[in-house]
Design a protein around this ligand. Structure first.
Ligand SMILES: [Zn+2]
Length: 123
């Protein structure tokens, strides 16, 4: 109940530090959660939970599959998670559209080539 109330008020204040595990507010310098005992902070966070790495992975190999990293990262506030997720999804859509257009262009040029070679005579 307590955690729920804190989550609702989160959007307004300069974002408080929340436990990676249970979501309860903790001190910014705490290395462990006082409630559930989970490790906290940027020092113990894995490299793939750092925003720069998440974006790098998203734009190179992972694409939309980087979204779970965004959700799980203890280094991002809820608002930053939304921003990153939106950016990744937008880039995914733009990239998918670009691939589709390139695919269409390749099919068109292939058709033109077949026509030039004599249409059905290619077979
Ligand atoms: Zn906790």
């Amino acid at each position: 109940m307590d955690a729920g109330n804190r989550e609702q008020t989160e959007g307004t204040a300069p974002s408080p530090t929340l436990c990676y595990g249970c979501g309860i507010e903790i001190g910014a310098a705490d290395k462990f959660c006082r409630h559930c005992g989970r490790r906290q902070g940027s020092r113990v966070a894995a490299w793939y939970h750092r925003p720069a790495w998440i974006l790098f992975l998203a734009f190179t190999v992972l694409g939309p599959f980087a979204l779970p990293l965004v959700c799980r990262s203890p280094l991002l506030s809820r608002r930053m998670k939304w921003v990153l997720a939106t950016v990744i999804l937008l880039v995914t859509v733009v990239a998918a559209y670009g691939c589709w257009k390139v695919g269409l262009a390749m099919i068109e040029s292939w058709k033109a080539l077949v026509d030039e070679l004599g249409g059905a005579g290619a077979f």
